[in-house]
Design a protein around this ligand. Structure first.
Ligand SMILES: *[C@@H]1O[C@H](CO)[C@@H](O)[C@H](O)[C@H]1NC(C)=O
Ligand SMILES: *[C@@H]1O[C@H](CO)[C@@H](O)[C@H](O)[C@H]1NC(C)=O
Length: 159
């Protein structure tokens, strides 16, 4: 009797089980809310004393969400899925108004960032002094001050 095929099968099963246990171990990161793999990023305009729109141009490596004009007390949001395994999702934005501009990351895979996205909702808010991020402990906290305009962007804004 030739045992080789059975040994091969056994080895395959063992390899599969080992790989599977690695995968499930990685995906059970205790800092992530169990079961959440869909996220929504919110960009909210709460400028005061003005009716100016917030302009936001957000992108990932694969998606360009285009330039959005967010009216005061309105928001722009988008949702996406991530896989906890091999996740590399990252979104970044260029935001601007008459008070300045800023390039910033708005979503990235990092426990310290993601734990602030309660129920998968990551919230950014524009105020007159800068851009705020909703923090699990402190509420909305100033994350970035507006940077002064550079000439080429003013032209872009006016056009
Ligand atoms: C904003 O728009 C509203 C409605 O058009 C108007 O009543 C208000 O005066 C405006 N506020 C400013 C600061 O321009
Ligand atoms: C997303 O933004 C739209 C307005 O553009 C708003 O009507 C909707 O309620 C927002 N979605 C969430 C989940 O807040």
């Amino acid at each position: 009797m030739n045992l080789a095929p059975n040994v091969t099968k056994l080895l395959l099963v063992l390899t599969f089980c080992t790989a599977w246990s690695l995968v499930t171990t990685w995906s059970l990161d205790p800092d992530w809310e169990i079961g959440i793999n869909q996220f929504t990023v919110h960009i909210i305009n709460v400028f005061t004393g003005t009716n100016e729109t917030l302009e936001a141009h957000c992108k990932s490596k694969d998606d360009d969400l285009g330039v959005r004009h967010v009216a005061v007390h309105n928001e722009f949001n988008w949702s996406f899925h991530i896989s906890p395994i091999f996740a590399k999702t990252k979104f970044y934005c260029h935001m601007w108004w008459s008070g300045g501009e800023k390039y910033l990351d708005v979503f990235w895979i990092d426990d310290d960032f993601i734990k602030n996205c309660r129920e998968g909702q990551c919230r950014w808010m524009s105020r007159n002094d800068g851009i705020y991020f909703f923090n699990l402990h402190g509420g909305y906290l100033l994350a970035h001050k507006w940077e002064p305009w550079h000439g080429k962007h003013i032209e872009k804004k006016m056009s």
